[in-house]
Write a protein that binds this ligand. Structure first.
Ligand code: AHG
Ligand code: MN
Ligand code: MN
Length: 348
């Protein structure tokens, strides 16, 4: 079977958007190019002096790694040069970047949110990291951009995707018509369609959460973790626990094998830790398009109205039935003791 490259696929799919004149296709192509350049640097991270911290702190107060900065620059330059994007919100910048000003003026129709390098604490460890992108259309054209134009609902995204730099490099994206995955063939330098029409299983047997935070979790999360650990042949419990610490890698596994990923509110992060605009929304769009579910609690992630750029959210995402099970544990009248109590016998 002949290989289909990302470029060919995007051109074929352009017919799905009769209103579009190819701008979105070009924007996706630009992101694909930035991804290949970042992939090259990630692959040689152990060799070059690009490895290590540069000491600067980003807006979240976290120490930036050189590769975060590099990835951020690559995306911004690719989007600036491509001409289809007028505004960028990046995890690494306190304020949005208005591309309608400056040395290369763009009046593109699209606005892009990026997490240029996700899972950056894993770079030094040769563990998978990723990039996440989310694309919105400008609501009002031809007037000066205001900073809050980017604060659209996740359900308004026109496209979203991630790149995982793993044992192989993949780009997975959706434009609201299903999810497709492309694997980078390094011998020809092209992303090739390898996972057409990706679907997440309705149920799963893997849960993914930083259990080190157990004591900081709300009660419903503690209860759900106990539920996952309890023996029950009918529901294949105890479930398997897997946590990489890169959201992209944890969700890529969840998408492929089924399962659930949780980063709930904790006493350290009362709003949750992950960022709504460039982590939760794009991942929620992808997982929903694959048939899964993504909520912050009882609310769907994609209908949360963002109020500011770096807003955080709790997130519970993955196989639909597993997410719904967590939501049952949140209900005030849910008889947790009945589900857990009688079967829980701790020794020691
Ligand atoms: P980033 O590297 O972009 O700051 O994101 C890190 C995020 C996410 O990738 C991961 O799921 C989560 O932080 C891990 O957090 P904990 O170490 O608190 O579990
Ligand atoms: Mn991240
Ligand atoms: Mn990041």
């Amino acid at each position: 079977m002949a290989l289909k490259t990302l470029g060919q696929f995007i051109i074929e799919k352009q017919a799905d958007f009769p209103y579009a004149k190819g701008e979105l296709s070009r924007l996706l192509r630009d992101i694909g190019i930035a991804a290949k350049v970042i992939n090259r640097e990630v692959n040689k991270a152990g060799l070059a002096d690009i490895l290590g911290e540069i000491g600067d702190q980003n807006i979240q107060g976290e120490v930036q790694k050189k590769l975060d900065v590099y990835a951020d620059e690559q995306f911004i330059e690719a989007l600036r040069r491509g001409g289809e994007c007028c505004y960028i919100a990046s995890e690494e910048h306190e304020f949005g970047i208005d591309l309608t000003r400056g040395y290369h003026v763009n009046n593109g129709k699209y606005m892009v949110c990026i997490d240029p390098l996700d899972g950056s604490s894993n770079i030094d460890l040769n563990v998978s990291v990723g990039s996440i992108f989310s694309i919105y259309r400008r609501k009002i054209a031809d007037v000066e951009i205001t900073a809050d134009e980017i604060l659209q609902l996740g359900s308004d995204q026109v496209a979203a995707g991630y790149i995982i730099y793993g044992s192989s490099t993949m780009l997975v994206y959706t434009t609201g018509k299903g999810v497709n995955g492309f694997t980078l063939d390094p011998s020809i330098g092209e992303f090739c369609l390898s996972h057409p029409n990706m679907k997440i299983a309705e149920n799963g047997t893997t849960y993914s959460i930083n259990e080190g935070n157990y004591l900081k979790f709300p009660q419903y999360v503690k209860d759900y973790i106990k539920y996952c650990q309890m023996e029950d042949a009918e529901t294949s419990r105890p479930y398997t626990s897997r946590y990489i610490g890169s959201m992209v890698a944890d969700l890529h596994r969840t998408l492929i094998t089924g399962g659930i990923f949780l980063y709930p509110e904790t006493s350290s992060y009362p709003q949750g830790k992950l960022r709504l605009l460039y982590e939760c929304n794009p991942m929620a769009f992808i997982i929903e398009q694959a048939g899964g579910k993504a909520v912050s609690g009882q609310e769907r992630i994609l209908t949360i109205q963002p109020k500011y750029l770096h807003q955080r959210s709790s997130i519970i995402i993955g196989s639909r039935l597993m997410v719904e099970k967590v939501q049952e544990f949140m209900l005030p009248n849910y008889d947790t003791a009945d589900v857990l109590g009688k079967k829980l016998t701790f020794s020691g």
